[in-house]
Design a protein around this ligand. Structure first.
Ligand SMILES: Nc1ncnc2c1ncn2[C@@H]1O[C@H](COP(=O)(O)OP(=O)(O)OP(=O)(O)O)[C@@H](O)[C@H]1O
Length: 341
């Protein structure tokens, strides 16, 4: 769907050449939500702006929707861009136009007849959850509502790809979640490919299928979100994963558990992937004559399933406790008896 080969962008400034994107290679599949994460200065904004040639590449190739985007003339690029929607951190709305007219704008440019425009805008207003707000001006809307207008406008011409440039960075956590839910919803409903850049691992965890980590203009690590979360290789990736995976209270909890829970066995369960869930706990107490005492845990959901760890105490006859541990070992949940800090 999107194939990027040796893409580079060098900004020539008075003092020096800045290699913002440096021989970047990446493939993005049709219909996936692909996240690129990196710290400030990694080159994310430049990268996403290269994808619709808001920024002209210095060298390299972008193949998108069966077209060589990098080779298109200005005229052909204008047409190709109708298949690429984009939303921005600061929304980039037209402040003197109503919600309705903002969304209608790209349709006007595309030369769509008025009656068709009205129909399409009303459809989009409903899709993004802004029914009844068509006559409002951007200044009368909350940040989340403004981004909904941005999304509706980006979808107006039925693009195949939606580029999101830090689309939730200006929003509070709750509003961020509602916008992310909307993006998942339109990805599923419309089969739209979404490419987003962010510096927040929460965004990646919540909605992305695959992720690439960017540093100094290059992709240093990429893969399925769950794989990258579970086996981060690069230092920068580990720091991002800690943003959402870190369980700083675990060590304290384990000390207290070792002091206070002497009966039976304390075990650590490690949940990974889509086939595992907390139903194991109810299964254990149903199938074995033991009590299962949940002591500490952190389970996190991603688009590719749940992962996390849980400390539990199993209390009962030693035989029965042993049998239940042997059973857990036959499941996909990893188990560790008497875990260390
Ligand atoms: N127009 C420009 N002229 C010169 N240098 C630029 C220009 N745009 C970006 N840069 C430089 O390119 C590098 C990458 O910037 P970019 O904005 O793409 O990174 P980023 O990961 O998006 O960071 P941020 O989230 O802070 O914007 C930086 O060193 C930046 O200073």
């Amino acid at each position: 769907m999107i194939s990027i080969k040796d893409l580079s962008k060098v900004f020539k400034t008075k003092d020096q050449d800045v290699r913002a994107v440096d021989k970047l290679n990446l493939s993005i599949d049709k219909g996936e939500i692909f996240g690129v994460i990196g710290y400030s200065g990694a080159g994310k904004s430049t990268f996403i702006r290269l994808l619709n040639r808001l920024e002209e590449p210095t060298s390299g190739n972008i193949q998108m929707n069966d077209q060589n985007l990098t080779g298109l003339s200005k005229n052909k690029l204008r047409i190709a861009r109708q298949e690429i929607g984009m939303i921005f951190q600061h929304f980039n709305l037209l402040w003197s136009r109503t919600v309705f007219d903002n969304i209608a704008f790209p349709l006007e440019i595309a030369g769509i007849a008025k009656s068709k425009r009205v129909e399409r805008v009303n459809e989009l207003i409903e899709l993004v959850g802004l029914s009844g707000r068509g006559n409002s001006y951007p200044s009368q809307l909350s940040g989340g509502q403004k981004q909904r207008v941005g999304i509706a406008r980006a979808l107006a011409n039925n693009p195949k790809v939606l580029l999101c440039d830090e689309a939730t960075s200006a929003l509070d956590p709750e509003t961020t979640d509602s916008i992310l839910d909307l993006l998942v919803n339109i990805n599923e409903k419309l089969g739209l490919t979404i490419v987003l850049i962010t510096h927040e691992m929460h965004v990646i965890r919540k909605i992305c299928h695959r992720v690439a980590v960017m540093e100094s203009g290059r992709i240093v690590e990429a893969g399925d979100v769950l794989d990258v979360f579970l086996h981060p290789k690069e230092k920068v990736t580990k720091r991002f994963v800690d943003q959402v995976m870190g369980d700083p209270d675990r060590e304290d909890s384990l000390h207290l558990i070792n002091q206070n829970y002497k009966a039976g066995e304390v075990i650590q369960l490690h949940f990974v992937g889509e086939n595992t869930n907390q139903a194991l706990i109810s299964e254990l107490s149903r199938e074995f004559t033991i009590d299962v005492n949940i002591l500490h845990g952190k389970i996190t959901q991603t688009q590719k399933g749940a992962y996390g760890t849980m400390l539990v105490q199993l209390v009962g006859d030693q035989d029965e406790v042993d049998r239940s541990i042997a059973y857990i070992k036959t499941t996909s949940v990893e188990v560790e008896v008497s875990p260390d800090v």
